[in-house]
Write a protein that binds this ligand. Structure first.
Ligand code: F6P
Length: 533
């Protein structure tokens, strides 16, 4: 490996960005920027495979953009990217390569191609067998997994609802809380159900506990042939075999959990949408991989988004980003992105283990539009914190109700417009407001009804939500997270922060039945006493 490039805050570009932020960045007014520059939309829009992005309603100008690209160059973003794509052990704390891109590369074009394509072909053949319901008898699949072994399939299956098999129901069980699996089991018959036990490690407490409950339920209901009704997707084939599973589809330690839906973990997706569509999902992701790998940074969408994230987090100091997909199929996308971004970049030390003196992962959150508009958009428009919003719009719907679709899209456009243009007190004062109190002071009322505006947003546009476009969109998010993580000099591919809670849970578990509170802090002891039954 090449000598490490400097962390972002030790570069010349960082200092230049600090100066630029003080001089022009902090006070940039979007309304003036658009008035000044008729070419702003073109300069700040970007076409990547399957995804068009309007970045023009963001608080940056061409000088910011140029300095951010200089920052990427000084931090050797290209070198870091190429090292990841070549299979170097860039996940240094675990000594692993990071090669989810190899899972969607055409045969022969990336590391590990032979094993990747052998598993892919076998998994897709199996999926097609299940989809042949007359022969398989399967009418319901239940994916039991958590985190990266759940969130991708749970997000992608509803997103691609119009491509799914009409006679196979897909269920997802993740939570160790029995209120998750219990209502699912009530709807199933053992002879027509396939359980997919999805776990990279095949040791995760939640998944193993739910798998045991499912197996017991299957036997109690007179189910026969566990080997036919349980399948495993895992890197730990011996543990799956020990559970009694004979059909397994493997993957490898160079596939991180949150990057694993392209591997055997995608089996529920493949059963739902079929082999051809699953290959289209991979092809869309691969097209975005090529874009990320080859396009100059000035036109490279994931890079531009990652740089914008650094600009917002470290200079404007925004602490969160809201995702608003105006497509109900993408209702689980915010949850998927939470793991992708916050588990990857929620780190406080750099590669050397030194505490970083700047913010890393923002909080990522959201709901599909227009639901969010009737909940928290009030805060986005008039609250005291600025939260950049990411709108996702899909031009062609997968339903026939064009009137509804136009309303959804008009709402999407209106929200980004309202965030930017705002409303002055004078404009508010001039309006007749039938719902306002007739006795309330008019000037005070106008202040309540003022919108500051100048609130930033990005709008991503897909032509249609298809396996290919979904693949491209998700790969774009992966590379964007890589970009900001690389500049911050952190390891985006480990997740040590989940360990402590797991260890303490194992210590507390026997106390739930014994009631022993010795050595516990007073709060934990008090709560344990209240919760024990
Ligand atoms: O939450 C920690 C984590 O390790 C995630 O990174 C992973 O996606 C999830 O647990 C599930 O792990 P496994 O697939 O090994 O069951």
């Amino acid at each position: 490996m090449k000598p490490a490039a400097p962390r972002c805050d030790r570069t010349l570009a960082w200092r230049a960005l600090q100066g630029h932020f003080e001089a022009h960045g902090r006070e940039l007014d979007l309304r003036e920027a658009f008035a000044r520059d008729a070419g702003r939309f073109d300069a700040f829009s970007c076409q990547a495979p399957e995804v068009f992005a309007d970045l023009s309603k963001n608080l940056w100008d061409l000088a910011t953009h140029k300095l951010l690209i200089e920052l990427a160059d000084e931090c050797d973003l290209a070198g870091r990217r190429d090292a990841m794509l070549a299979g170097e052990p860039v996940n240094r704390t675990e000594g692993r390569a990071v090669l989810h891109t190899a899972l969607r590369a055409p045969a022969g074009s990336a590391p590990h191609a032979t094993q990747v394509h052998a598993v892919l072909d076998a998994m897709l053949a199996y999926a097609e067998g299940v989809r042949d319901t007359a022969r398989s008898g399967i009418r319901a699949i239940v994916n039991i997994g958590i985190g990266g072994s759940d969130l991708g399939p749970q997000m992608a299956v509803p997103a691609l609802e119009s491509f799914t098999h009409p006679d196979i129901e897909c269920h997802f069980v993740s939570n160790v809380d029995g209120h998750d699996i219990t209502p699912v089991l009530k709807r199933l018959r053992p002879e027509s159900t396939l359980f997919i036990i999805a776990s990279k490690t095949f040791t995760t407490q939640e998944t193993m506990a739910n798998a045991a409950v499912a197996r017991q339920w299957f036997l109690d209901q007179g189910g026969r042939d566990i080997a036919r009704h349980f399948v495993g997707t895992t890197t730990n084939l011996p543990a799956a075999a020990q559970f009694g599973i004979t059909t397994t589809f493997g993957f490898w330690d160079w596939v991180g959990g949150r990057f694993s839906m392209w591997s055997a973990i995608g089996l529920p997706i493949a059963i739902a949408i079929g082999a051809t569509n699953f290959r289209a999902l991979l092809a869309g992701a691969h097209a975005m991989d090529r874009h990320f790998a080859t396009e100059p940074f000035e036109r490279n969408l994931p890079v531009r988004l990652g740089l914008l994230d650094v600009w917002y987090r470290n200079f404007h100091r925004f602490t969160s980003r809201s995702v608003a997909p105006y497509h109900q199929g993408l209702k689980r996308l915010p949850a998927y992105l939470q793991q992708l971004e916050m588990e990857s970049n929620g780190k406080r030390v750099d590669w050397q283990g030194d505490t970083v003196p700047f913010g890393t992962s923002p909080v990522v959150w959201g709901e599909p539009g227009t639901n969010g508009q009737h909940a928290y958009f009030q805060m986005l428009h008039q609250g005291t914190d600025v939260v950049p919003v990411e709108f996702i719009a899909v031009r062609v719907p997968s339903h026939p109700h064009l009137d509804l679709h136009h309303k959804a899209l008009a709402n999407c456009l209106a929200q980004s417009q309202a965030l930017m243009v705002g409303k002055t007190a004078a404009q508010a004062r001039a309006e007749r407001v039938p719902t306002a109190s007739a006795t309330f002071d008019a000037d005070q009322l106008a202040r309540h009804r003022t919108f500051p505006g100048n609130r930033p947003s990005t709008t991503l546009v897909l032509d249609a939500l298809t396996p290919r476009s979904l693949g491209a969109l998700l790969a774009m998010y992966e590379h964007r997270v890589f970009t900001s993580g690389a500049l911050w000099g952190i390891n985006s591919f480990d997740q040590w922060g989940v360990e402590l809670g797991k260890a303490l849970c194992n210590e507390l578990l026997p106390r739930m039945s014994s009631g022993d509170v010795a050595g516990l802090d007073a709060s934990t002891a008090g709560l344990l006493g209240r919760l024990r039954s």
